[in-house]
Write a protein that binds this ligand. Structure first.
Ligand code: HEM
Ligand SMILES: *[C@@H]1O[C@H](CO)[C@@H](O)[C@H](O)[C@H]1NC(C)=O
Ligand SMILES: *[C@@H]1O[C@H](CO)[C@@H](O)[C@H](O)[C@H]1NC(C)=O
Length: 255
């Protein structure tokens, strides 16, 4: 009787201590929204959008006065033998005229290559070339089935809405960039991007709420443990001396 109660108690302790760890792990895994993402290179962006197709996210910071736009285009659930691309089309919508950033993993060296290419038709070679705006600090990484392109670009000041597009496709023999699929989502991967949009506000509000929820949770946790553990310990220490009350001390402990 005594041993089995003890076992149950220890089991319950483990459950209470470990359960939060497991729930955390699963929420990190099923990433529902971009604002919970932390870049492991420490980069931080003011806003982000969950793009509607192709498991993609755009993180960005934009300074209207200077026109400096910092972006990270992130594509989750992707094979290392794929290329990814993100771009802005200053002249129309869709692929033709797009000024793109591309990245893929070199299959020989294993290093990521990131470069720029301007697209002027539906059979592009995607060779490296300059864009119609300045791009600096271009880099890419591939980690945990996630491929990300980082870049900083300079737009004319006061630019507010742009047409952007994103894509993925297969890497062929010799690291040639093969054509992307022509099915639904690969033709829907374009949208307006409002650089000044409420995104900044809503993202921040969501973050603050999340922080508040976490703080309250932490507080409640601390209070519960701070009160119930001492009560449990005291109950165990003092009530066990009364031999006749053997099962009772255990119930008090649990409560
Ligand atoms: C290997 C090079 C590529 C080839 C051969 C190619 C070919 C094509 C073709 C033929 C279409 C028209 C499909 C249709 O309307 O039925 C198309 C659409 C599209 N492509 Fe590409 N593409 C390539 C690279 C890219 C890149 C690098 C991007 C992205 C940033 C991109 C983004 C898009 C988008 C968003 C559409 C749908 C909108 C539109 O028709 O313009 N493509 N592509
Ligand atoms: C991949 O890396 C190898 C070795 O560094 C290099 O010789 C080759 O040109 C690269 N290929 C591409 C397509 O970048
Ligand atoms: C950008 O917008 C601000 C506020 O609307 C204005 O004062 C400024 O002159 C504009 N700058 C340019 C370069 O158009």
């Amino acid at each position: 009787m005594f041993l089995s109660s003890r076992t149950i108690f220890v089991g319950l302790c483990f459950l209470f201590v470990l359960a939060p760890c497991f729930t955390r792990a699963t929420t990190n895994e099923v990433q529902v929204s971009c604002d919970s993402h932390n870049f492991n290179n420490g980069k931080h962006f003011r806003s982000c959008v969950d793009l509607p197709v192709l498991d993609s996210f755009l993180h960005y910071s934009y300074v209207r006065e200077t026109g400096v736009l910092e972006v990270a285009y992130r594509h989750t659930n992707i094979e290392s033998s794929s290329w990814i691309a993100w771009g802005i089309n200053p002249t129309s919508k869709g692929m033709i005229g797009a000024q793109t950033l591309l990245a893929y993993r070199n299959s020989t060296s294993g290093f990521m290559r990131a470069y720029t290419s301007s697209i002027n038709g539906y059979t592009p070679m995607l060779q490296e070339g300059p864009l119609s705006f300045r791009v600096t600090q271009l880099s890419a990484e591939y980690l945990n089935r996630e491929m990300t392109i980082f870049a900083t670009m300079v737009w004319p000041s006061n630019t507010t809405v742009v047409n952007h597009l994103w894509q993925d496709g297969p890497l062929k023999e010799g690291d040639r960039l093969g054509m992307h699929a022509m099915s639904g989502n690969h033709l829907k991967s374009m949208a307006n991007l409002d650089l000044l949009s409420g995104q900044v506000m809503t993202t921040k509000a969501a973050n603050d709420n999340m922080l508040l929820v976490k703080s309250i949770h932490g507080l409640v946790n601390a209070v519960c443990w701070g009160i119930f553990i001492p009560i449990g310990v005291m109950a165990a220490r003092y009530m066990r001396t009364y031999k006749g009350l053997d099962p009772t001390w255990f119930y008090i402990l649990i409560l």
